[in-house]
Design a protein. Structure first.
Length: 283
């Protein structure tokens, strides 16, 4: 059964099309149909998308649209959508997940242009289903920051969230991120999912320290999804942890701001933290 129109012409508008994350066999029949019948395809990298449409045996104009596109490029696409069917794809997976497509969708909706989305491959969701971690609640937070302090700050900020945390990561930075996770979220279960849908696909679970030992001996390759299990019910920072968090925060901000920052990260009472911060400051 299909809801596709009987004629071969697509209605004007924006079609958000999910594409394979590695295995070209994962393209859906509907996605292939839309890519074959649209007027043009907006994509991150024309070379990557060209390989996909060549595999499908179709030819379509490819227009680049990525992080570096100017507002004029977006305006051009919006104007074309008024009387043409334009497909939006990313290099891999579902568009708008860690890419700038949301601006195009938002402005298309505001301009009264029809927008539809075709479900399909998504690395974060696939990694979550493979990991064996709780998936009733999860938080996808994009790429972990490349710098140590920023990475530690985001992990501490998200530490109280009672959900599985999902991040993108690169192979060269994996060991540094695992080290930060081990220090910032000790005892948490971690999973590394890499090369998803490809020949050397794997999903390995353990503590940050166990995974660090493994990937030190077996340097990883490919694209990675990093998952961190939710905190245990009794996973509260002790006095030593609190003092360390306050001291680190006070090194960069005022005492009241430090107390507020740690309160947000831990869920602890701000006034209690401020009192303890003043005690530490007076030592």
């Amino acid at each position: 059964m299909s809801d596709a129109p009987e004629n071969n012409q697509l209605s004007p508008g924006l079609y958000i099309v999910a594409t394979p994350i590695g295995n070209l066999g994962d393209i859906t029949m509907r996605a292939a149909d839309i890519l074959a019948r649209c007027d043009a395809i907006a994509c991150e990298d024309t070379r990557v998308t060209q390989k996909l449409i060549r595999h499908l045996g179709i030819t379509r104009p490819l227009w680049r649209y990525d992080d570096h596109s100017a507002e004029s490029d977006r305006a051009h696409l919006l104007e074309k959508m008024r009387d043409q069917a334009i497909a939006l794809v990313s290099d891999a997976g579902t568009p708008l997940v860690s890419d700038p497509g949301y601006r195009l969708v938002k402005e298309a909706q505001e301009a009264g242009i029809a927008v539809t989305s075709l479900p399909g491959p998504s690395a974060p969701v696939m990694a979550l289903t493979l990991s064996g971690m709780p998936n009733d609640r999860f938080l996808f937070a994009g790429f972990l920051p490349p710098k140590e302090k920023a990475r530690r700050d985001i992990l501490i900020e998200l530490s109280p969230v009672r959900a599985t945390l999902v991040f993108f990561e690169t192979a060269p930075r994996l060991l540094k991120s695992l080290d930060t996770i081990g220090d910032s979220l000790p005892g948490r279960e971690v999973a590394v999912a890499r090369e998803l849908t490809k020949r050397f696909e794997e999903c390995r679970r353990g503590t940050a320290e166990e995974l660090t030992a493994y990937y030190t001996a077996h340097p990883p390759k490919g694209e990675i999804v990093l998952l961190i299990g939710p905190p245990l019910q009794d996973d509260k920072p002790d006095d030593t942890d609190i003092d360390a968090l306050l001291s680190e925060a006070m090194a960069e901000m005022k005492t009241s701001q430090a107390a507020g920052s740690v309160a947000k990260a831990t869920g602890l009472d701000r006034k209690m933290l401020y009192t303890r911060a003043m005690e530490l400051k007076g030592r």
